[in-house]
Design a protein around this ligand. Structure first.
Ligand SMILES: [Fe+2]
Ligand SMILES: [Fe+2]
Length: 190
């Protein structure tokens, strides 16, 4: 046991050095010298996440209002719930940008082109469900790639994205269930 403890301590910085480092470069806020990511690149990638999530909030909210008017209160409620969830994702990414010393970009100008997903265009209930399922499938792939990219270089960002990814998989599953219920087909049209 003693040998194991000694081996582990070789990976750790001593307390005195940690205390000295914490006092240096206070302007860097939460970004420590041990941060192995590239803060500028991370901020740039997270700005795209903010834009993507914001567009998802707007699409789900637009669909929630439209669906409520068309036929289905329960589908509208589901869209509404997803809109709130996407807003939570957007705020998580925005707060991480702030921690890394950036300013989250909420500028409506250029929002659609900064976003990975599309705003959509409403339509009937099935069309709306499909637009959302496509968007969810897109972000699942996108966030899986980002999670692999961040790996151990920025565990905080990676873990945040892992939580978001789990929600997106839930959202996709919800949209798929709705599609089956309203169209009777368990697959997307090509
Ligand atoms: Fe999301
Ligand atoms: Fe989602």
């Amino acid at each position: 046991m003693a040998t194991k403890a000694k081996d582990q301590s070789a990976f750790l910085t001593d307390v005195k050095t940690l205390r000295e480092r914490a006092r240096q470069s206070l302007d860097d806020g939460a970004v420590m010298p041990s941060y192995q990511g590239d803060p500028e690149k991370t901020i740039e990638l997270l700005q795209a996440v903010v834009a993507t999530e914001l567009v998802c909030v707007l699409r789900y909210q637009m669909h929630a209002i439209s669906a409520d008017g068309i036929t289905s209160k329960s589908v509208a409620a589901e869209f509404e719930e997803h809109a709130r969830s996407e807003q939570g994702h957007m705020l998580a990414a925005a707060n991480r940008i702030d921690q890394l010393g950036g300013v989250p970009n909420f500028n409506p100008e250029g929002l659609a082109s900064r976003s990975a997903t599309e705003y959509g265009e409403g339509g009937n209930l099935v069309e709306m469900i499909k637009q959302n399922l496509i968007a969810e499938r897109l972000v699942i792939e996108h966030y899986q790639e980002l999670i692999r990219y961040f790996g151990d270089s920025d565990p905080t960002t990676r873990i945040m994205l892992e939580h978001i990814l789990a929600d997106e998989e839930d959202h996709a599953s919800d949209m798929h269930d709705l599609l089956v219920a309203h169209e009777g087909k368990p697959f997307l049209e090509g």
